[in-house]
Design a protein around this ligand. Structure first.
Ligand code: SFD
Ligand code: AMP
Length: 628
């Protein structure tokens, strides 16, 4: 039997994850912990310098409110998020992030991140809320500050956090294993900050064959945040609000810079602009159909209607946009040439900063963006609470932003604490607070970590976990290695074996179920009660077979558990789409049996897995408007 050495680490605050939210949490927690003589420990499955969504870098900071400069107010930002999410948002949590996000951006700049500056010394905006950056080293810069604050001895890299540890109704730490050495880790903590990102590859991606695995969001964000919080018994919110990003087709290059900075149009196969030809459709989704900017899912929806009518492909008119921007220099050949070179290099840098594979695809297919349009398409669904989706844990808001009506529903003592004592969440891990992106996730990590330190000071008792429980979990986590060792010689091809299923095949099966029954690309993002119920019954079989996962080595053991985490994210999603009997975000998913938005569904659809019974509970929570 696989019997790894067990390493036990005792700490006060445990931060699981090493991405944007975790780096924010690290900087803030280290500051307050030092003042109070507490210990903070951080665990990342990868190396913090390049882990998480910002691994390749980014070309914009998507949340900057500019509060001090008087550019915008908190109300402006809350209205933007509320409208984009068709009314479903926690205004207290959104505003709390928005009032702190500029501070994170200024820290990034201080730490060395180059933010574009115009001739007047002002930040160059991509759009109203977005700043342009030279962001290839964004993550390295943010991680360096976190590491300096924490001290390298308090950071564990390449340790995959597998599950929570509980002490009654309070979190007591986490367990995981090294992906490089035969070591099993037990972290005992008085509070835990969950910041393990969102979930990718729950649905079948568009990429196949030689491009297999390519996705917009990082494939290594595999639903660990959702699994961890669900298994700890935390209430979850917006599990139905997946994000379908429209991206450059096949290499998933982002479109924001093209639409906002380059002011590009997208047109269909016969040259029509669906935002104009389909404008009437927006009336069906009022009040959100008439707000500006048009909500992301409705922009998707108008495009999808064209595609469903066979009017594809859809093109980003890069050549037209670049031509328009250079037009005013036309009479001066030298200035025109210079402007064209500048626009060309900005176009390439946009991808080289954050989605290098899109630049590679352009090079491989002889695309010069100033000459030729590029195809865009709606990608497969992602679970990401920080971008234009909203899935995550249901967390307490801050006390000072509550009113008489909201306090009982939205506040329980510590900002960003989930419904489980001592368990905090930020970034993709916390729900109903979309549009925080990289900068807002960092700010939310800071908010949550400060509150977590306060929680520890108010509840400063040692966690108590039964050794027999830890022994049982260790056995369960390492079991896939034993299964492979015992049975792999029973067949000539170790991939095909009646005794077990390997993680890759398991993932394909999960993705096929989700794609076909829960409204993936193949189903044109459409589903219904009957489809979801059939999908759920197939997920039940998959769950049974998850006990037969086998792993040849440590890397595959990680793959095995990543897919168990994805499966839980999938189940929370299917159950919640089934629960919400309406279509609220048609460009994210469409319920063919409930094809319109309904007033009585203007609520949060929450869910909770009962730790004692294993049953799921579905809960409606009220949406309170706090800002004008
Ligand atoms: O253009 C475990 N994002 C963008 N944000 C912006 O501000 N500007 C942009 O330009 C953005 N765009 C963009 C973005 C992301 C990507 C991939 C692309 C383009 C191509 C979004 C942000 O990146 C995102 O909002 C934040 O990064 C979210 O922060 P956070 O902390 O919630 O997630 P993370 O950074 O991915 O970190 C997750 C961490 O968890 C670790 N981890 N550790 C231990 N055990 C486990 N089991 C774990 N599972 C995961 C990871 O290693 C990582 O450290 S654009 O498209 O809009
Ligand atoms: P994306 O590259 O699609 O992730 O977009 C980056 C940022 O620009 C996000 O804040 C998006 O919500 C926003 N955005 C992208 N396209 C548009 C658009 N057509 N209109 C308004 N905002 C957009």
């Amino acid at each position: 039997m696989a019997n790894f050495e067990t390493i036990t680490v005792k700490t006060d605050l445990l931060i699981v994850g090493g991405g944007m939210a975790a780096c924010g949490a690290a900087v803030e927690a280290a500051y307050w912990a030092k003042k109070n003589n507490l210990k903070v420990t951080l665990v990342d499955k990868a190396a913090m310098d390049r882990s998480g969504a910002v691994a390749m870098g980014l070309s914009a900071i998507n949340q900057y409110v500019g509060l001090k400069d008087g550019d915008n107010t908190l109300t402006d930002y809350v209205q933007y998020v509320r409208n984009d999410l068709m009314g479903v948002t926690r205004e207290d949590v959104v505003a709390n992030i928005a009032r702190h996000v500029d501070g994170s951006v200024h820290l990034f700049e201080k730490w060395g991140l180059p933010i574009w500056i115009d001739a007047d010394g002002k930040y160059v905006h991509e759009g109203r809320w977005q700043l342009m950056i030279n962001g290839e080293s964004y993550k390295v810069i943010v991680a360096e500050a976190a590491k300096n604050a924490m001290g390298i001895d308090n950071i564990y890299e390449r340790v995959f956090i597998t599950a929570p540890l509980m002490d009654g109704d309070r979190v007591a730490g986490a367990v995981g294993f090294s992906v490089r050495e035969e070591k099993f880790y037990v972290f005992l903590a008085k509070a835990v900050m969950v910041a393990m990102g969102g979930a990718v590859h729950v649905f079948k991606p568009r990429s196949a064959g030689e491009g297999l695995g390519r996705a917009w969001y990082p494939p290594w964000n595999s639903g660990s945040s959702a699994y961890f919080t669900l298994k700890a018994g935390a209430e979850m919110t917006c599990q139905e609000v997946r994000f379908i990003p429209v991206r450059f087709k096949d290499a998933y290059g982002p479109v924001g810079a093209w639409f906002l900075l380059f002011k590009s149009r997208a047109t269909n196969g016969i040259g029509e602009n669906y935002m104009q030809t389909r404008a009437d459709e927006l009336q069906k989704w009022v009040p959100y159909g008439k707000v500006k900017p048009v909500p992301a899912n409705l922009r998707n929806w108008l495009m999808m209607l064209d595609v469903m009518e066979g009017k594809g492909p859809i093109f980003m008119r890069t050549e037209e946009a670049i031509g328009n921007l250079a037009e005013q220099y036309k009479d001066d050949p030298k200035a025109y040439k210079k402007k064209m070179k500048e626009l060309e290099s900005e176009a390439w840098e946009d991808f080289l900063d954050m989605t290098i594979s899109q630049a590679l695809l352009w090079a491989a297919t002889n695309v010069a963006p100033e000459e030729k349009s590029s195809e865009i398409a709606a990608a497969e669904p992602y679970f990401i609470g920080s971008h234009s989706g909203a899935s995550g844990a249901w967390v307490s808001g801050p006390e000072d932003l509550q009113n008489d009506k909201t306090k009982a529903d939205y506040f329980w003592g510590y900002p960003n604490m989930t419904t489980v004592n001592g368990l905090f969440a930020a970034g993709d891990a916390s729900g109903a607070s979309s549009h925080k992106f990289s900068s807002g996730s960092h700010a939310e990590g800071r908010i949550g970590a400060k509150a977590a330190i306060k929680f520890i000071l108010d509840n400063n008792t040692e966690p108590n976990v039964d050794q027999a429980v830890i022994d049982g979990i260790k056995k369960e986590i390492l079991a896939p290695l034993d299964r492979f060792a015992e049975f792999s010689k029973n067949s000539t091809d170790p991939d095909i074996n009646p005794e077990y299923i390997r993680p890759k095949m398991f993932m394909f099966r999960l993705q096929k179920i989700m794609d076909e029954y829960a409204g993936g690309v193949t189903a044109q993002f459409m589903t219904s009660k009957a489809m979801l119920e059939k999908g759920m019954s197939l997920l039940d079989f998959l769950k049974e077979d998850s006990e037969k996962l086998a792993a040849e080595d440590l890397h595959e053991l990680m793959r095995a558990w990543e897919n168990v985490h994805r499966m839980w994210q999938a189940e929370a999603h299917v159950r919640t789409i089934l629960f919400r009997e309406e279509t609220r975000w048609p460009g994210y998913y469409y319920r063919s049996d409930f094809p319109s938005m309904k007033n009585d569904w203007k609520v949060f659809a929450n869910c909770k897995w009962n730790v004692a019974t294993g049953d799921w509970e579905m809960i409606k929570r009220p949406i309170h408007q706090i800002f004008a």
